[in-house]
Write a protein that binds this ligand. Sequence first.
Ligand code: URA
Length: 223
Amino acid sequence: MKYRIDEELVRLGQERMGDAPVEGFVYGQGLREPELMLIGEAPGEFELVDGIPFIGRAGRELMASLDSIGLTRDDVYITSAVRSRPYRWGTKRERDGTMTERKYNRTPNAREILAHAPLLDDELANVRPKIIVTLGNIGLQRLLGKSVKVGDVHGQLLQAPIQHLADLSDKKYSLTESPRTIIPTFHPASVFYNPKLREAVKQDWQAIGEALRQFGGTGFDRQ
Ligand code: URA
């Protein structure tokens, strides 16, 4: 059975975002009891067109990683820290030399992540994966705080309480009572900027596959 957050939460997320330079809205996608819950950064230009998370270039990398451990998009729940596309304006030189203004993707900031925190909190409370996989620092730090870096913990199986907003008016995160099971890895786009990471990403996904095999049945995170 699929999980989809309530429209009222979507409305709340949009209201909390105020006039931040973001656009559109992409729902988390997948089963209520998936093998994995994948947490990215925010949708980009392509995701906005079809309303499906991770369908751009990074998405193709991610699907190859899932395939390497025998999974497809249908086996997982995919979401992100922010559900609208953060953009900035920039200029692009066209083939004929003219300059045009266009929107570029950018990383969401702390204020935007806080604005959409109730949405991810809801998914974390209701979707029951065997393991949570964070993709890059944004997803990782949303759950475990700013002091944790993907370069230090990627591929490790962590069991820890996670950050959430205990009250919607809170400006700071507090920790959940029960721990969750998380294996952090790099964002799939990271290999475009740093091809040397490709081997580490491959090994992280093997570790994720191994953890799923070892604890197959109900998994760690479905207690
Ligand atoms: N990056 C993300 O974090 N999510 C997407 O859907 C696409 C790129």
